[in-house]
Design a protein around this ligand. Sequence first.
Ligand code: FEO
Ligand code: CA
Ligand code: CA
Ligand code: CA
Length: 582
Amino acid sequence: PGREARAAPGLDFTPIRPSTADAVVVPDGYRQDVVIRWGDPVLPGAPQFDPDAQTPEAQAAQFGYNNDFCALLPLSGHLDLMVNNHEYTSEEFLFRGYDPAHPTEQQVRIAWAAHGMSVVVLDRRGAPRPVPHRLNRRITLHTEFEVRGPAAGSDLLKTPADPTGTRVLGTMNNCSGGVTPWGTVLSGEENFHFYFAGADRITDPETTRRLGRYGIRGGASDRGWERFDSRWDLARQPNEPNRFGWVVEVDPYDPGSTPVKHTALGRLKHEGATVRIADDGRVVAYTGDDERFEYLYRFVSDGRVKRGGSRHARRHNMALLDSGTLSVARFTGDSPPAELDGSGTLPADGEFDGTGEWIPLAHGDVSFVPGMSAEEVHVFTRLAADAVGATRMDRPEDVQPHPRTGRVYCALTNNRRRGPAEVDEANPRAANKHGQVLELDDDHTGTAFRWNLLLVCGDPNDPSTYFGGFDKSQVSPISCPDNLAFDRHGNLWITTDGNALGANDGLYAVPLDGPQRGRVMQFLSVPRGAEACGPVIADDLVLVSAQHPGEVDGADADHPASHWPDGGNSLPRPAVVAVRRR
Ligand code: FEO
Ligand code: CA
Ligand code: CA
Ligand code: CA
């Protein structure tokens, strides 16, 4: 048929239409299966899910809440390892009759156990399904992490529970991530600021300024955790938030390993981190700080990767993120600022594009930021980036190097607060509801790069949108790009979070080269209120996380807005879905 003849390699499906259904929707000829849901057993002895009889012990052995990033790593034969982030909890969706003014200790402990990550062995024969295995693991807010890199042991990280500043219990707000070439998983600690109480009782103005730069203000926290553990109370433990906001690394092949928090990659609201090996063997990690007007960062290691999978090589590679240079991006457009009016109209040269520069912030113990020590640069990285004049972006989400071309793609998800006088060529729309996708030509270790916008998202009928120069009458509408992945053919896949076009979020594919560059095709839609994330695009399988189904205004566990995936009158359950060709 004609459409197949025109399809880019790997994309011979008929795009679905935008959906508002409370269902996962896939193209004709594909089937879907739920792989694992919140509450499904992960560890031996875990009980089956029963939301009305939930306990912290059960939750710590079951799949956590709000699965976001998803990674698939080879194990042996028909078995693969799946690694998932559990970003956050929304207690009103976890507990029937939840009273936010009076959370119970049991509810709080369940929430601690519902955060973190999961490692689950999947049997890939037929529909992928979790199997009991010695590598299955849950990481929660009680799992011990080792702090490594230039800020390990810093006074800024010490607490009564950890006078060494090198051991942290737990990880949280793990949003996106990446798989390293040495077979570990990186995961970004993102919106940790919601969890701390008592900023209003801090009397030191410098501490208040630092907390405020990360959005930590006010009295009680939303979740009230400070009532049950003083680590969440800043008046008693002002350094505890400094122990979150890192990129963490987990070795899923060793269930007894201590996961690591990497201070060399800076402390911010990391969406995730992804790695590329430079031509000279150094390891380059890209990471975005997902908040309005925040920055894009790059880390280049001092050491070089050792090839081969020996235990020695692996140990060597797992230390590469401990020392290197952390930089932040500054973008310069090549069109006159007068041609940027905030409407998204293309400038006269026909492209939003230009040059850029990586501005170094610190290298090990050496700071390049006047007035800040290297330790301060690594712990209060946002303040360091402010000081060097980095470009304030429209919420950097995934930043990912293309496995073949090495070009780097960055999803800038949206920024409704950008004013008309604040636009620049990389962030060209005021009140940006739909976001854009940035393409960087970076040699990975130098300081200069070139860039252009691949997509300016939204309704293709909206003149402020741009689809790589492709005919806009033939593309799917797309809004709020978040996570990125690549298939074997080199196509870019994009999930969305917060679709502002009136339909559910979804998964989209777009060719990057050849005559179909910019032709966005919607592959999948997630249920009502859900965000699509963590896509894995394998040859025979697509995995997608449907995070927070049913999370719409006014809904809660007593008034569900979604009954996906169990149907009937059930609570919605965040889950991973597998899509395969029929
Ligand atoms: Fe958790 Fe940046 O999305
Ligand atoms: Ca231009
Ligand atoms: Ca995200
Ligand atoms: Ca997001």
